[in-house]
Design a protein around this ligand. Structure first.
Ligand SMILES: *[C@@H]1O[C@H](CO)[C@@H](O)[C@H](O)[C@H]1NC(C)=O
Ligand SMILES: *[C@@H]1O[C@H](CO)[C@@H](O)[C@H](O)[C@H]1NC(C)=O
Ligand SMILES: *[C@@H]1O[C@H](CO)[C@@H](O)[C@H](O)[C@H]1NC(C)=O
Ligand SMILES: *[C@@H]1O[C@H](CO)[C@@H](O)[C@H](O)[C@H]1NC(C)=O
Ligand SMILES: *[C@@H]1O[C@H](CO)[C@@H](O)[C@H](O)[C@H]1NC(C)=O
Length: 325
């Protein structure tokens, strides 16, 4: 019974990998806005939010209304100084919103700003209310990815490193920093707890539908880790995937997840080429989408499935990619 079942799944998956990636379109950001790092979708409307290099959170309202300014997290952000700036070295005055996740029932948009920590915006946007800047007495240095568990409203987020900020990423990589943390915001108590430490470049997080485990990417170590949240051995963990430079992880139907990562160029053997990888909760690869035709060797930070399309975010471009599967 089981071997046959698995064989069928295997055939189905290899087939779907072959027929993937049929057409690609770009949703252009407004003039001078660049570097969408993550995406958060509203339910059913196709409207989404993204954080860009100049610290703004933009809201995409479809092909006719396009993007509007929605919010930001930097407490002293000046529109005249910040809007349209696209330096590769983000400016702390402007902020840099990386992770975003929308809790559909309450319409709360949770965000991680690399400089200002973990916060939330209401449906009218504006300046984020910062909810937490430190846990266990240690400040966040590089708040990065956010996931909301829709049923409970609990929020999971990562601090990439407790030592190096977003402007010191190269150093963090060269010293193989492993001081990243996985954190949980309990929506009822409004308290943040540290779930896991010593992560090497904690870049992405996602939790399964029953809140049994978290998948966390370790960008620097080239590993994705599964951390149990409940059961007999809570907080026990194991490495379940070793695709290079894993970034955001976005849950999709049937407790599958899309991992934004890279593969080593088979020709040059040196440069990395961006891919999206659909994995199950055990890290097994179900589908791989090659993004090189549209991104070359630029890294992508997120692949998210919405309404049967893949939406792709990258810090290095000025559009959101849409792939029809
Ligand atoms: C875009 O940036 C250029 C160069 O900094 C500037 O001249 C132009 O006014 C900006 N456009 C908008 C719409 O902000
Ligand atoms: C924002 O500006 C106020 C007043 O100038 C200052 O006291 C505060 O330190 C600033 N905050 C940040 C995060 O720069
Ligand atoms: C894990 O992190 C803690 C503090 O964050 C540190 O004291 C400890 O040495 C680390 N353990 C390892 C094995 O690196
Ligand atoms: C991660 O993978 C990349 C690409 O294969 C490699 O260059 C890098 O050294 C790896 N990092 C670690 C810590 O193994
Ligand atoms: C990435 O591609 C560009 C041209 O598309 C090339 O100039 C550059 O050397 C490549 N980078 C790496 C690391 O291979």
């Amino acid at each position: 019974m089981w071997p046959i079942f698995f064989t069928l799944i295997f055939h189905f998956c290899s087939l779907s990998a072959v027929i993937s990636a049929v057409s690609f379109t770009r949703i252009q950001l407004p003039t001078n806005a660049t570097g969408p790092e993550a995406l958060a979708f509203e339910l059913g409307t196709g409207t989404f939010y993204t954080g860009v290099a100049d610290g703004r959170i933009l809201r995409y309202q479809g092909a006719t209304n396009r993007f509007v300014d929605f919010g930001f997290a930097a407490p002293n952000r000046s529109k005249s100084v910040c809007d349209g700036t696209s330096t590769s070295n983000p400016n702390p005055v402007c902020g840099r919103v990386l992770g975003l996740a929308l809790h559909h029932r309450t319409r709360r948009l949770y965000v991680c700003d690399a400089f200002f920590g973990f916060g939330v915006l209401g449906p009218s946007g504006g300046r984020a209310a910062i909810l937490s800047t430190a846990a266990d007495g240690e400040p966040y240095r590089f708040c990065n990815a956010v996931h909301v568990h829709q049923q409970t409203g609990n929020v999971y987020f990562t601090d990439t490193s407790s030592v190096y900020g977003i402007r010191e990423l190269e150093t963090a990589i060269s010293v193989k920093d492993s001081t990243g943390r996985l954190l949980k915001y309990d929506v009822r108590t409004e308290q943040v707890t540290v779930l896991f430490r010593n992560l090497s470049g904690a870049a992405g997080v996602s939790v399964d539908e029953n809140e049994r485990f978290a998948l966390v990417s370790e960008f620097i170590a080239n590993k994705t880790r599964k951390i149990r949240l409940r059961g007999r051995r809570p907080l026990e963990s194991e490495i379940v995937n070793t695709q290079p430079t894993p970034d955001n992880i976005k849950s999709t139907r049937f407790d599958n997840f899309w991992l934004a990562a890279a593969r080593v160029d088979p020709v040059t053997k040196s440069s990395l080429l961006p891919i999206g990888q659909r994995i199950n909760g055990n890290g097994n690869v179900l589908q791989t989408v090659n993004l090189e035709p549209w991104y070359g060797n630029k890294s992508v930070s997120e692949v998210q499935e919405y309404a049967s399309k893949l939406y792709i975010a990258s810090r290095l471009v000025d559009f959101v990619g849409v792939l029809l599967k």
